[in-house]
Design a protein around this ligand. Structure first.
Ligand SMILES: [Zn+2]
Length: 402
């Protein structure tokens, strides 16, 4: 099957140019100023921008075991609607994804987009005993996300394995001994995140391990990462659209859609994240898409579960940060691909056709209906700009705007 995308503007590898793109047999065949060739589907992309398919380093598809929140099928649909063609899914499922067989379950169920499962660092995410990292040959990386590997000795052993296997550690940084859970709005201090960022960077430097810091939310976390990079440590970092756009002052008291982990922090923290995203200290925008049921979120703030959905709102929220479009393409696709070590993140002849077509000028209010099973987000009703029109994954249309 052939798809011809005509009259669009390509944002790719630091350049913006008008071009037609011919796709056939899942591959980009030709990119040229003008292509006139018969195709099964012709997309007129006049006025639209074409990005390399977005790559999310951090999402929760809740499958297996928690599929009342989300499953791989609904997660994939939400991803495609948000312009994502590749999504890394975290292992804190039920059971925990801590063997290659469980990783294969996720891979076998996926199909609409590329779903890349991470393997758990410890068995059952219990923090005690290292999982068989070497045995998880199909894992795209390793993470204990949802938790920190508390025991530094276990973390050292895991990083050592990562080096041996050539894989990256995706670290959720949170020292829970520093959290006051009775103080529901202010009990999670920046320090809780910063001490683990520092610890993991120290260990990664010593072992020459590849370390990725998940959902950075603090100014001092950014400072630590920036200085580690200047020392040549192999560390990368992500921030979420919600931490880049909201701060503590925006919390509507009692509305648990503002409850996430890490929590929303100060305006200064948020501004530091945006600066770090611009200068590349923060390498990637990742959603931390965290679907929950109405009852899990609807209960009182203190007992509500952490997290919000993010796949379907990431593009307009990120576009609203005002980065140059070339930088946005880097943070949402090109650099995540590099971090994963996969041959994606750019549109080029001969490469697999993963691309996202968007109208960057269309204004609308975020609707209250989603392709995700969940709707836990504080952004419903927010006025945004930037609408995904088509998502093409492996040369097939995975999403088109209805
Ligand atoms: Zn996390």
């Amino acid at each position: 099957m052939q798809i011809l995308v005509k009259n669009g503007t390509l944002v790719n590898q630091g350049r913006i140019r008008k071009a037609d793109i011919l796709i056939s047999d899942s591959v980009v065949r030709r990119i040229a100023d003008s292509i006139s060739e018969d195709a099964d589907i012709v997309i007129n992309a006049v006025g639209m921008y074409i990005f390399p398919g977005f790559i999310d380093l951090h999402a929760h598809f809740r499958d297996p075991g928690l599929t009342y929140k989300e499953d791989i099928e609904s997660g994939e649909k939400a991803a495609a609607a948000g312009g994502f063609t590749t999504v890394c899914v975290m292992p804190n499922t039920k059971p925990v994804t801590d063997t290659n067989e469980k990783i294969r379950y996720v891979l076998n169920k996926a199909g609409l987009i590329n779903v890349l499962p991470f393997g758990s660092v410890t068995k059952n995410q219990a923090g005690l005993e290292l999982a068989d990292l070497a045995g998880m040959t199909d894992a795209a990386g390793f993470s204990e996300d949802g938790k920190t590997v508390v025991n530094a000795g276990v973390m050292r052993a895991a990083l050592f394995e990562c080096v041996r296997l050539g894989k990256t550690m995706f670290s959720h940084c949170e020292d829970v001994t520093l959290i006051d859970y009775d103080d529901i709005y202010g009990g999670n201090p920046n320090m809780s995140e910063d001490v683990i960022i520092a610890r993991d960077i120290v260990m990664a430097r010593e072992l020459s391990a590849k370390l990725h810091i998940c959902h950075v939310s603090t100014r001092s976390g950014v400072d630590i990462i920036r200085s580690a990079k200047s020392l040549g440590v192999s560390v990368t970092a992500e921030a979420t659209p919600h931490h880049l756009t909201l701060c503590r002052d925006d919390i509507v008291k009692g509305d648990s859609n503002y409850k996430m982990n890490p929590p929303l922090r100060s305006r200064e923290d948020r501004d530091a994240l945006v600066e770090a995203l611009k200068d590349g200290t923060i390498d990637a925008i990742a959603t931390d898409h965290a679907p929950h049921s109405e009852s899990e979120k609807g209960s009182d703030y203190k007992n509500a579960l952490n997290g919000i959905i993010g796949l379907e709102t990431a593009f307009p929220l990120s576009l609203g940060l005002g980065l140059p479009l070339e930088t946005l393409a880097r943070r949402m696709s090109e650099t995540p691909a590099k971090i994963l070590g996969i041959d994606k993140g750019r549109i080029a002849e001969g490469k697999v056709a993963d691309l996202t077509i968007a109208d960057i000028n269309e204004e609308y209010n975020i609707p209250d209906k989603f392709y995700s099973k969940a709707r836990n987000t504080p952004f419903i009703g927010k006025k945004v700009r930037g609408r995904i029109k088509y998502t093409i994954c492996n040369g097939k249309i995975a999403f088109r705007i209805p």
